[in-house]
Design a protein around this ligand. Sequence first.
Ligand code: TYC
Length: 111
Amino acid sequence: MSNGDEDNNIHDGEGGVGVLTRTKPKTKRPSLYRVLLLNDDYTPMEFVVHVVERFFHKNLEEATEIMLHVHHHGVGECGVFTFEVAETKVTQVMDFARKHQHPLQCVMEKK
Ligand code: TYC
């Protein structure tokens, strides 16, 4: 198979017990997660743009585009990451928003 299955070869172990060894390297791809910002009525637009630049490494133009998308549609994607990276981004954004007393919400969603 192209992915997911390995070839297992049976051979003798101690006491004639069957042992399986892998011959084909496993190449499981990690699940991916979207990190989303949610709109609210109070967080300043400039703060959201700064968050997107700072934590998602977007330039001013890209960050402004994402912020305006969230402002108009209620939710928008800042990036797609593996689980642990996505979780870290969410925590960083939530901590930063709380520190500045803004109600900005950041969530992750499995692709
Ligand atoms: N709606 C906010 C305002 O008008 C701006 C905003 C944009 C807030 C995106 C959150 O994720 C957000 N000040």
